[in-house]
Design a protein. Structure first.
Length: 359
């Protein structure tokens, strides 16, 4: 489908519009800063430049890209939205935003989705992606062994790839843009340390159909435990791995562990399925402090009710947006060297501030 002149103009401005919105200035002001024109207050200019850097926005790459004859094809491989969590809507929005900005410059973006609870789904979609012969790939790896096998194939075919959400540190990616998983687990433990007594027990909950030794949820757990080791806290830390992710199975697993351990004061859930735990916790006859991950609708419902106390969030939309733009800039070879690792900020969301959070 051919874009109209109006659509082209809107797509071209989408990045500038976001910068203007965040800086609370006009699009014209952003344009003047981008083109280094005079008449902008120093403080305002610095704020806009900081946002441009944060978003990895490169306005000059487009004009140079138009001079190139080659059409680029970028493929993305991320989990599909599931009934249990809407987390991946954020990265999808980031992908679509980036695609809208670069599609008019000869870039074709094709999206592939896999079931994050199914290894075979990941393998099937990964094979389809490679058959499409893209010039670059954005990948959110959920299964370590299968993801490593996939990126090794990418390397053999000289296809650059960027990782989001979870890293594969030894596998030669172009870049990783996402959370420091160990640090986010450490922060969660630090929060909890202010809220517990010496005799209180802590429950770690991992909810996933696949939990191998290198799973990203376990990296958060490791960071969480390290905090208590380092600070020599003696609280009992319990753990439950729930590999059936339907609500009834989660409720059954939690019911058993709470029955056997009545001293549980805090629950730390290592992913966005914390809402499933909240559905159980809300019916207990005592207050349990609940900490989990991600700014998604089902979690916000329980933040509002005060059942979830803290959400740890790390801007999934921006991860995907920056990932696509990083691949594009690399392929177009018109920007500074790619930053190998970009850790996203660790945001703490509560009932008091969730309405003001822009993820």
């Amino acid at each position: 489908m051919k874009l109209s002149n109006k659509d082209n103009k809107n797509n071209q401005l989408s990045g500038i519009k976001e910068i203007a919105r965040r800086a609370n200035v006009s699009i014209a002001t952003v344009d003047r800063v981008i083109h280094d024109r005079t008449g902008i207050a120093k403080k305002t200019k610095e704020k806009i430049l900081d946002i441009i850097k944060e978003l990895n926005y490169q306005p000059n790459i487009h004009a140079r890209r138009l001079a190139l004859a080659k059409q680029f094809r970028i493929a993305t491989l991320i989990p599909q939205r599931s009934k249990e969590t809407s987390y991946w809507e954020g990265p999808l929005k980031g992908i679509d935003t980036a695609s809208a900005e670069i599609s008019q410059y000869g870039v074709v973006l094709e999206k592939f989705f896999y079931d994050q609870d199914s290894i075979s789904s990941f393998q099937h979609q990964a094979n389809l992606l490679l058959k499409s012969k893209p010039d670059g790939i954005l990948l959110a790896p959920s299964f370590i062994e299968e993801s490593v096998s996939f990126v090794q194939k990418c390397q053999k075919q000289n296809i650059p790839y960027v990782l989001i959400d979870s890293d594969l540190p030894a596998e030669g990616s172009l870049a990783y843009i996402g959370p420091n998983l160990n640090a986010s687990g450490n922060l969660s433990a630090h929060l909890i340390s202010y809220l517990i007594g010496k005799n209180d027990s802590i429950l770690i909950v991992n909810i996933s159909k696949e939990l191998d030794d290198q799973h990203h949820l376990l990296k958060k757990e490791e960071g969480f435990r390290n905090y208590f080791r380092t600070h020599r806290w003696d609280n009992k830390i319990l753990k439950i791995n729930i590999n059936k992710t339907d609500p009834k199975s989660i409720e059954k697993g939690l019911s058993n562990v709470f029955k056997e351990n009545p001293g549980i004061k805090v629950v730390f859930v290592t992913n966005s399925r914390v809402s499933n735990v909240a559905a159980f916790v809300k019916d207990l006859d005592r207050k349990v402090i609940l900490v989990g991950y991600d700014f998604v609708n089902e979690n916000i419902e329980y933040i509002e009710k005060g059942v979830i106390d803290f959400l740890i969030c790390q801007k999934p939309l921006e991860q995907a947006y920056k990932g696509v733009m990083t691949i594009y800039q690399h392929l177009a070879a018109v920007s500074a060297p790619v930053e190998k690792v970009t850790f996203m900020p660790i945001d703490i969301i509560t009932r008091e501030n969730y309405k003001f959070y822009n993820y």
